[in-house]
Write a protein that binds this ligand. Structure first.
Ligand code: C2O
Length: 574
């Protein structure tokens, strides 16, 4: 009897472990999380006086920047959103890979329709194998300008950082502040056909600092103890500009980029495009004093206007004279491409990584601006772009038009007519991308319009070459992919040439947003093993408004752990 029971138990255990092993190669279980954290987000307008200007901005729970979400690796996150503003909105959890939870990713008209005034929607997802510095932001129009906050995920209990434990840590959200209503601003800019106005101020944790009008007391400050080491979580939540960051007389040691550890790399400054996060260690090893932390522009587009006043925060030693002037930080010049390259060259994954070596889908996508012919009867109002045209932007010379209902719903429910599956894997025409014009006719800068997506089978090993074009001007574009991190295996200047390109397949950084060099290219690789519809776009919002994006549909694989579940019952309707 005892023997029979034992052998039944053994049989039972081996059956269980057989079932377990079937899917154990990729993910052993449904991503349910260790603990669950619940957040209640009320999206509200908040009256604020900044730069001597009063306005109502959109934020969460009456604080600006919005509340920080804290969690641990593998936690389940539930955020109930109640929209108490008149604006349509959604929230995106930038950098979270949304394993089997594409419905909760947040980009408007890609994975969901916006949450309308007075409505609620609850986001639910698990931070599968993810830790580090993330952020959340609105993904509708330009609401992200004020509707953003940090999202910090700690390692599991008992798991140390791969560097000496810092004395303290601080979040530094870099932003751009606009005196005008940003939703109207986007509408007016797109309607004008021309370039957007520059931001009224750069901000650090919402504060412009003393270089700006009326902002002597609107300064963020970190008090530091001499000799101690601090972890700074830098997040670029800005809208339309890329930025340098530096601290006067202090070195920054990069230890994490886009929420993945890197080999420690020490530098005088970093550059972050919107959508990028970098963790740095800073040791307070200088004479007691007050030091500037500065955020200034990196503007690589030729002839583009930009805000040239730096935002300043203070890195202030305990014991420093409080009202002394702070020591100025040295920022590179706004056009210093080499400073950007130097930081990029220093980014390597902490450990050797598992980069796809064989490739199933070799894609080549150009990214850049266009000027469309003026079609308006009131060109003075609507065609203020270059050569009296309308500014646009594109991938593979197709300018992305957002659909009326979300792509994910249309795809899931097999509704016809809102998108086509013919986004080309290579440009429609090959030409000198950096120096030429897309239609082989000099000065023909026209792009096609469309909602074209690229379909990938589950498990496709993708290589993607992103190639900047000089159609209007070459420019560094921060290209962000939803639903995945990717290995940045190579990058360079000029047109991509497979014969001469140098790839790092050993320890490339694992990122979610890559600043493609101005007039250059970047090569990324990822395994398409997360089913859903995933937006890929330039994280400069004006470029997104102009159509610099496309989407990938990653099909379901076999079995429940490779299949996107059905939509949540409260998914907003359009
Ligand atoms: Cu940070 Cu599509 O977004």
């Amino acid at each position: 009897m005892a023997n029979l029971a034992t052998s039944l138990v053994v049989l039972w255990i081996s059956l269980i472990s057989y079932a377990y092993n079937v899917h154990a190669t990729r993910m052993a279980h449904w991503p349910r999380g260790s603990s669950t954290r619940f957040y209640d987000f009320k999206i509200q307008t908040l009256k604020i006086i900044k730069l001597c200007n009063t306005k109502e901005l959109v934020t969460v729970n009456g604080i600006f920047p919005g509340p920080v979400i804290y969690a641990q690796e593998d936690d389940r996150i539930i955020v109930k959103i109640t929209n108490e503003t008149p604006y349509n909105t959604t929230i995106h959890w930038h950098g979270v890979r949304q394993r089997l939870s594409c419905w909760f990713d947040g980009p408007s008209y890609i994975t969901q329709c916006p949450i309308q005034a007075g409505q609620t929607f609850t986001y639910e997802f698990t931070l599968v194998n993810q830790k580090g510095t993330f952020f959340w932001h609105a993904h509708v129009s330009w609401l992200r300008a004020t509707l953003y906050g940090a999202f910090v995920v700690y390692p599991k209990p008992g798991v140390p950082y791969p560097f000496k434990y810092p004395y303290q840590e601080h979040i530094l959200l870099l932003g751009e502040y606009w005196n005008k209503d940003v939703v109207q601003l986007e509408r007016a800019t797109v309607a004008s056909g021309g370039n957007p106005p520059i931001t009224d101020a750069y901000t650090i944790n919402g504060h412009p600092g003393p270089n700006y009008n009326c902002s002597n007391n609107d300064v963020y400050k970190i008090d530091v103890v001499p000799g101690k080491t601090y972890l700074l979580r830098l997040i670029n939540a800005g809208l339309n500009s890329e930025n340098f960051f530096a601290i006067a007389n202090h070195k920054l040691t990069i230890v994490e980029a886009d929420a993945e550890y890197t080999k420690p790399f020490t530098t005088d400054r970093v550059m972050l495009g919107p959508g990028q996060t970098i963790n740095v260690l800073v040791t307070a090893n200088q004479p007691i004093g007050k030091y500037s932390m500065a955020m200034g522009p990196y503007s690589s587009a030729k002839g583009a206007a930009f805000q040239n006043i730096s935002a300043i925060a203070h890195f202030q030693y305990i014991g420093a004279v409080t009202n002394s002037v702070s020591l100025p930080a040295q920022l590179p010049s706004f056009s210093d491409n080499l400073a950007v390259k130097t930081v990029m060259d220093g980014l390597k994954s902490l450990n050797t990584v598992n980069v796809p070596k064989e490739i199933d889908a070799n894609l080549f996508i150009t990214i850049g601006l266009n000027v469309q012919k003026c079609q308006s009867k009131t060109p003075n109002q609507n065609c203020q772009g270059l050569n009296n045209g309308v500014m646009a932007a594109s991938m593979n010379n197709i300018s992305f038009i957002k659909p009326q209902i979300s792509l994910l719903e249309a795809y899931y429910k097999k509704m016809n007519g809102s998108f086509t599956e013919d986004f080309p894997g290579v440009p429609l025409k090959f030409y000198d991308f950096v120096n030429g014009a897309p239609n082989n006719i000099p000065n023909d800068t026209q792009a096609l319009n469309g909602t074209r997506v690229k379909v990938l089978e589950y498990g496709t090993r993708v290589q993607l070459i992103l190639q900047d074009t000089g159609t209007v001007t070459t420019e560094n574009h921060p290209i962000h992919l939803h639903g995945y991190s990717f290995y940045v295996v190579g990058y360079g200047t000029g047109n991509y040439n497979p014969q001469t390109a140098n790839f790092n397949l050993v320890d490339p950084p694992y990122m979610n947003t890559i600043g493609v060099p101005a007039g250059g290219w970047a090569a990324i690789r990822f395994l398409a093993d997360n089913p859903g519809v995933w937006f890929m776009h330039c994280h400069l919002d004006i470029h997104q408004s102009w159509g610099l994006g496309t989407s990938f549909i990653v099909k379901n694989g076999e079995g429940v752990l490779e299949t996107l579940p059905h939509p949540p019952a409260d998914l907003p309707r359009c």
